[in-house]
Design a protein around this ligand. Structure first.
Ligand SMILES: NC(=O)c1ccc[n+]([C@@H]2O[C@H](COP(=O)([O-])OP(=O)(O)OC[C@H]3O[C@@H](n4cnc5c(N)ncnc54)[C@H](OP(=O)(O)O)[C@@H]3O)[C@@H](O)[C@H]2O)c1
Length: 238
């Protein structure tokens, strides 16, 4: 049976991944900062007894990551989805004003880099033995179309764009390093999706985005490692 670990699983895209994986019969390890206030996640766990293990994890806290990895010692993970991420404390579109040449908020940028770049790396490093023990040995870095350098024609969102472009470099670098171990690493562009981060004007519902992503993830093989894919499985320009 497939075991999937999803970070940032209390809302948005992460929560929907839990919902759809649990419904499909997968074993899910769902992390969030504060399980006590994750009511929707708890409801999914209740609806699928024994299928969803909820774990506290604050991705930017090295101690929290280390303790989490210890609790998972010996647990094989087939798919790790490094989903937790941020556009900063002010969502789109208002948040864009804090990421411009004239109006950069450097504290926000530092937090975005910690959450979107450093933390997925730290979590991957902490869980690499679990992933190597899994069957499909898959790591998904939750990137963004805004990471694409090749398709950046608008500028703006410099803090978020640069963080996800850096995450893409990690996905590629880890893919190269881990290929010999049979580990597949991809960067995923989930599409502009209606969540707290994406805002209400996004074209995709979380259900559509996650359904597409899960089809792509299910079809991955080692031949795909190092790719930047969208929710339909098409390659995105770096
Ligand atoms: N929505 C889109 O249009 C879109 C497009 C491209 C890429 N993405 C990416 O998709 C991923 C999920 O985004 P979303 O739209 O679902 O956003 P969201 O609704 O804002 O959810 C973000 C999730 O990340 C968690 N998170 C953020 N910082 C964290 C931290 N320091 N420690 C632990 N958890 C943390 C949040 O937990 P809390 O509730 O505790 O804050 C929440 O569970 C992100 O990586 C995002 O960049 C989204």
């Amino acid at each position: 049976m497939t075991t999937v670990l999803i970070t940032g699983a209390n809302r948005g895209i992460g929560l929907e991944h839990v919902r759809q994986y649990a419904a499909s019969g997968a074993q899910v390890i769902a992390t969030c900062r504060d399980p006590a206030s994750a009511a929707e996640l708890a409801a999914i766990a209740d609806a699928h007894p024994g299928k969803v293990r909820i774990e506290a994890l604050s991705v930017n806290d090295a101690g929290s990551v280390a303790a989490f990895a210890q609790r998972l010692e010996g647990v094989a993970i087939d798919v790790l989805i490094n989903n937790a991420g941020t556009y900063g404390p002010i969502p789109l579109p208002e948040g864009m004003a804090h990421q411009t040449l004239a109006g950069m908020d450097y504290d926000i940028w530092a937090d975005i880099l910690a959450t979107n770049v450093v933390s997925p790396f730290r979590i991957t490093a902490a869980l690499i033995d679990n992933i190597k023990a899994g069957e499909t040995k898959t790591i998904v870095m939750m990137s963004s179309g805004l990471a694409s350098i090749g398709t950046n024609v608008y500028g703006g969102s410099h803090a978020y764009r640069s963080s996800k472009a850096a995450l893409n470099m990690l996905a590629k670098g880890l893919a190269v390093e881990l290929k010999a171990d049979g580990v597949t690493v991809i960067a995923m562009a989930p599409g502009w999706t209606r969540t707290a981060l994406g805002g209400p004007d996004a074209p995709y519902s979380v259900e559509e985005s996650v359904e597409g992503q899960q089809k792509v993830i299910a079809g991955l093989s080692l031949a795909d490692t190092g790719k930047f894919l969208d929710l339909a499985g098409a390659e995105v320009a770096w």
